[in-house]
Ligand binder design. Sequence first.
Ligand code: GLN
Length: 317
Amino acid sequence: AQAQSTSDIQAALNAAHAKFKDVKDGANADYIPALAKVDSKIFGIALVTPDGKVYTAGDVKSEVSIQSISKVFTMARVIEDQGTDSILKRIGVDATGMRFNSIVSIEFAQKSLGGPEINPLVNPGAITATSMVQGGSRDAVWKRILDFHSDFAGRPLAVNKEVFDSEAATNQRNQAIGALMYAYGFIKDNPSQATDIYTEQCAISVNAKDLAVMAGTLANAGKNPVSGKQVMKSDNVPGVLAVMATAGLYDDSGKWLYRTGLPAKSGVGGGIIAVSPGKFGIAVISPPLDEAGNSVRAQLAIEAVSNALGGNPYAAK
Ligand code: GLN
């Protein structure tokens, strides 16, 4: 693979920003009331290479809530602490083919004979992964999750309290998911605490650059290319990327992988991260979402930038 020149990369970001800035398709998530109020015009692209260079186009200062992108890093926390088998045996790593908050997927997971058939990137698996984070007290578990996200971003991240409160007041569906996962033995204790911490992790506030550094850390074998810190073991990164490839864009994960080849993860706050291993981590924020819950402009921009830079890991060069 050819290393891209600095000016090629910047040109690819600029071109994608110019091409998609006026796209008006999609709508902000509104099932979490605070998300409906976020400025739909925010559109920022950031890319980080393994040598620690950061490229940006558009609005990379505005922050949104990380939402489901946090599922990647909480899964990674569990794998770091308890090994790759922990996720495989308790939650599973198979696509559900259903929406991210599907209750039906839990019924299938429970009935399956061959082991758990869900994954940590849809809500039932994600709330279970949060329940598996070690620490004891709520505060200790929460600190380990927030600190891990901050290490990936290379700066101390904080929670958007308004988003947390708004989702906590309206997340009865996720509470039901947590309760069902407990009833079926996936969550071992205190499902309401797991759902509450999960809701808080979804409200971590990030800008496009933060997300790109997080993706860049995954692209760089677990070493943050900007801070230089080895955040997770390099051996544990491929499993994380595999689940992202399988289920990162929910029920559209197959279509996304077909077009880009990139492990990725979306959030209903409007962010998407994607990873081209050894080449770059990229993130785009744009709040309007499509039917599956994935940012419209983020998908377009990441696909265009990655194509311009030869980012598809399945394409031999
Ligand atoms: N906090 C959101 C939820 O659980 C996250 C969903 C998402 O980003 N897809 O509904």
